[in-house]
Design a protein around this ligand. Structure first.
Ligand code: HEC
Length: 554
């Protein structure tokens, strides 16, 4: 049974009168005293109040400013007085376009806004009820709206790997058409997405249950009329602490890029892999400059594209080359790649080697999954690879300070431990069965923090005491893919279905949920730069070709 007690109606509408009072009162007060000083609206270069007829001043509206012709967009969120404020340090003077995210509403376009140095530009924004709510729903909102069993909705949720659920529910396919569409979908490789279809080099037969799925899909789409036969449900907007945030989005040069992992190097540069294309990219957060390098082909004929990005002691990125079954090191000084392949006899054509973990001694852990399960310890100085068989399929990995490998199994809901000295493997089931432990990061205290994709929890395995802890995330289909702890002690995760970034306080279990400005970003791994103040959380928007930086202000 699915039960969503959090789905409350929005806070009671305020009246139009209150809006006029606020507007005429020139209430240029800041976003609140608890906020960091550099974002008071007295320091603002662009500020204003967001209102609508129905709600009056609106809290939790994401307001995005993007320079005309620019590739960087900055987003802030309105406070409980409906006020938004862009800190002076975040927008260069010049012409800007404004957009918003507030489900159920469209912006009455204020036109191009001229931001000037030395003054605060006041631009109040008016929202009106949207006529196209369906185009604003996130994946989780579709999953909450459609009728169906949990199993049927989970099948729908699995489409999100390659595109939004909107593709399915807005279509007009009947059951017969769905059967052939599903057959086509099954034959796309997992690094595909809607703008870059990549077929498996082999034929994939229909799955058991696809006939039933076809029937289900034709019952929830527009095959029998122009409207959906169910109510479209929406999640509440952010409020309180979740509105105190700055989000910066950097557009990548290629729209068909899929920045799967965005990892921050010790010098603050952000390096990203591309799930479908053979490029390694680098974003300089100080200048916004983006540079990409083509990764050499390691295995001709196999799909290119990469996944995990980790750094060695010299700050060079290492990238897991997935179906190329290899790892690449990029030398930042010479700007050249060096690649090592998994031994031929340790993998099959379908095996993947997307993960990398850096040992404390300069050795590098690789991992194969699908058909053959193995961990492979590479000594880059000699090129020697020592392989260890694994008893089951693992997904994300990380090494602790002793060089032992910790692995999360999405399929089996366990954490595996591989002791580097002895090769001994021990399996630790997560407290929640079938948790969907997916990817994670080891912190300075050798604790492995990981996302429980199916259980909608953040998990922690202490590699010293072998004890687990788990914390639930309140939103359904929260589906955390990955988790990482920052130096202040907060743990960060992101949901592939929800467009939300979660910040967990492990001491009291409180979770703050930050909404991202772009619909269906589809982010996967998460990284955090604790050297900035506030910390910078980094993600790749896999389906929107953007790198995202989130800075919590409280
Ligand atoms: C492995 C990647 C992948 C998965 C998983 C996937 N799709 Fe797709 N889908 C694509 C790609 C690529 C396109 C665009 C190219 C095309 O239409 O063939 C697409 C397009 C579509 C379209 C629009 C085109 C059309 O024929 O109507 C629909 C509808 C669709 N998918 C439904 C689904 C459903 C339903 C699921 C989940 C049960 C799903 N897809 C899962 C890759 C995928």
């Amino acid at each position: 049974m699915l039960h969503f007690p959090f789905l409350k109606r929005r806070s009671s509408p305020r009246f139009v009168l209150a809006v006029f009072l606020c507007l005429s009162g020139a209430s240029l007060h800041g976003l609140g005293p608890a906020q960091s000083s550099n974002s008071n609206s007295s320091d603002a270069i662009l500020s204003g109040v967001v209102t609508s007829q129905v709600e009056g001043e609106m809290e939790g509206v994401l307001v995005t400013a993007k320079g005309v012709g620019a590739s960087v967009a900055v987003t802030v969120v309105t406070n409980d007085g409906g006020r938004y404020a862009f800190p002076r340090s975040r927008l260069q003077p010049g012409p800007y376009r404004i957009s918003i995210r507030a489900v159920g509403y469209d912006l009455e376009d204020p036109g191009t806004v001229e931001v000037r140095a030395g003054s605060t530009q006041n631009v109040n924004l008016r929202l009106r009820a949207t006529r196209d709510l369906a185009s604003q729903l996130s994946n989780v909102e579709w999953l909450l709206s459609v009728p169906g069993t949990e199993q049927q909705r989970n099948a729908l949720g699995s489409c999100v790997g390659c595109h939004a659920i909107a593709f399915a529910v807005k279509s007009t396919h009947d059951t017969t058409a769905w059967r052939s569409v599903l057959h086509r979908m099954r034959n796309y490789s997992s690094p595909s997405f809607w703008l870059n279809p990549i077929k498996w080099p082999w034929e994939v037969p229909p799955r058991a249950g696809d006939a039933d799925l076809a029937e289900y899909l034709s019952s929830i789409n527009l095959s029998s009329g122009p409207d959906w036969k169910y109510e479209l449900k929406t999640l509440p907007r952010p409020k309180g602490v979740a509105t105190r945030v700055i989000i910066t989005e950097y557009d990548l040069p290629r729209r068909e890029s899929q920045p799967h992992d965005a990892s921050v190097a010790p010098d603050g540069m952000v390096w990203y892999s591309d799930f479908g294309l053979p490029y390694l990219g680098r974003l300089d957060p100080r200048s916004g400059e983006i540079k990409e390098w083509r990764i050499p082909v390691a295995r001709a004929g196999a799909p290119e594209g990469s996944l995990d990005v980790k750094f060695d002691r010299e700050g060079n990125p290492w990238i897991g080359l997935l179906l190329q079954r290899s790892v690449a090191k990029f030398d930042v000084k010479t700007e050249t790649f060096e690649t090592w392949a998994i031994p031929e006899e340790k993998a099959s054509e379908r095996s993947r080697a997307g993960m990398v973990a850096m040992g404390p001694d300069g050795k590098v852990w690789l991992k194969t999954s699908v058909d053959t399960y193995g961990a492979h310890l590479l000594d880059p100085s000699s090129g020697d690879i020592t392989s260890y068989p694994l008893p089951l399929s693992f997904y994300g990995t990380d090494s602790n300070s002793k060089g032992d490998l910790y692995l999360a199994s999405l399929s089996d809901g366990v954490i595996g431990e591989l002791i580097a000295k002895t090769g001994k493997v021990t399996i630790y089931p997560t407290p929640t069965p079938r948790s969907g432990s997916r990817r994670g990061h080891i912190d300075e205290q050798d604790r492995f923090w990981f996302g429980e994709f199916f259980a909608h929890k953040i998990g922690m395995f202490d590699t010293t005491t072998k004890q687990f802890r788990e914390w639930p995330i309140p939103t359904p289909w929260a589906g955390p893919y990955d988790a990482i702890r920052d130096r202040k002690g907060y743990v960060w995760a992101g949901g592939m279905h929800t467009d939300l970034i979660y910040r967990l306080n492990p001491v009291d279990g409180e979770v703050t949920e930050y909404l991202l400005p772009t619909l269906s970003p589809n982010f996967r791994n998460i990284d955090v730069d604790s050297s900035t103040d506030p910390v910078s959380v980094w993600l790749g928007a896999n389906h929107q070709a953007k790198i995202i930086r989130l800075e919590p202000l409280e």
